[in-house]
Design a binder for this molecule. Structure first.
Ligand code: NAD
Length: 260
């Protein structure tokens, strides 16, 4: 389905990004992985993904919180594979604190990694997509792009910003073969959420299973985690031809969270 297409997935050395990269590789795309982490572990992961999917999988270690590195990441992908056809802006991080105590450097890191990186990557990848008159831009946002929770000021602000960016880009490219959408998961059990479970267990002095059900999944009516595979399947659908009329959308995949 995606043979001869190239996917760039930011933050794909872990969690949702890795699952999305795997689904796109299985569907036949070349994949440029990106993310932070131990180089040997990332190389093992890259080899495994290539071996299990048969795709051409490469890695670029850009820190996407830096504008120049985002531009270099897009340029390196175009140089390696000839194009960026599928851009998935997925890299992200979380920090939880009342706003009065929110460290300014954590605020900056989240805006740069989530919102600014999406802008810089789209800006760099769009000219090539326009030349080929085809492209898929998917911003991996969150229910927190649609609704807020307390103590997540930086994350909620950045994620709401990503949805505004998604809509604006969709309008700018509406008459082309390019679409731009936001995918908005509820809680998915990844290292990002494991960190929140551990800190909530500490704060509430509760065992892990009670924290998951009574704290983490309290707002998610299904009371089960969305899976990485479910998110990846939605991204894959948005990359296909049947999704060409879906653009500028913010699609929840959240077990009913935003239905309240
Ligand atoms: P994760 O922590 O498992 O993975 C985050 C990835 O981003 C890693 O590969 C990490 O190396 C990379 N990354 C972080 N900072 C980076 C930087 N400066 N430069 C390059 N790479 C960087 O997290 P996840 O849960 O898989 O989250 C992925 C995305 O999905 C994030 O944008 C997150 O906000 C969003 N999301 C997650 C959930 C959830 O419940 N897990 C829900 C909704 C949305």
């Amino acid at each position: 389905m995606l043979t001869n297409k190239t996917a760039l997935v930011t933050g794909s050395t872990s969690g949702i990004g890795l699952g999305v990269a795997r689904a796109l590789a299985r569907a036949g795309a070349n994949v440029m992985l990106n993310g932070l982490g131990d180089p040997a572990a990332i190389e093992a992961l890259r080899r495994d993904l290539a071996a299990t999917t048969g795709a051409d999988v490469r890695f670029h270690g850009a820190d996407v919180s830096r504008a120049a590195e985002v531009a270099a990441l897009v340029a390196a992908t175009e140089q390696a594979f000839g194009a960026v056809d599928l851009l998935v802006n997925n890299a992200g991080l979380q920090f939880v604190s009342p706003v009065e105590d929110f460290p300014a450097d954590r605020w900056d890191a989240i805006q740069h990694t989530v919102l600014h990186a999406s802008f810089h990557a789209i800006k760099a990848a769009l000219p090539g997509m326009r030349r080929r008159n085809w492209g898929r831009i998917i911003n991996l946002v969150s229910v927190h792009g649609l609704v807020a929770s307390p103590f997540k000021a930086a994350y909620v602000a950045a994620k709401h910003g990503q949805i505004g960016l998604t809509k604006t880009i969709a309008l700018e490219v509406a008459e082309t073969g390019i679409t731009c959408n936001a995918v908005c998961p509820g809680y998915v059990l990844t290292p990002l959420v494991e960190g929140q479970i551990a800190s909530q267990a500490e704060a509430h002095q509760l065992p892990r299973e009670r924290v998951i059900r009574e704290v983490i999944l309290a707002a998610q009516p299904s009371r089960r985690f969305v899976t990485v595979e479910e998110v990846a399947a939605l991204v894959l659908f948005l990359c296909g031809e049947d999704a060409r009329s879906i653009t500028g959308a913010a699609i929840p995949i959240d077990g009913g969270w935003t239905a309240r």
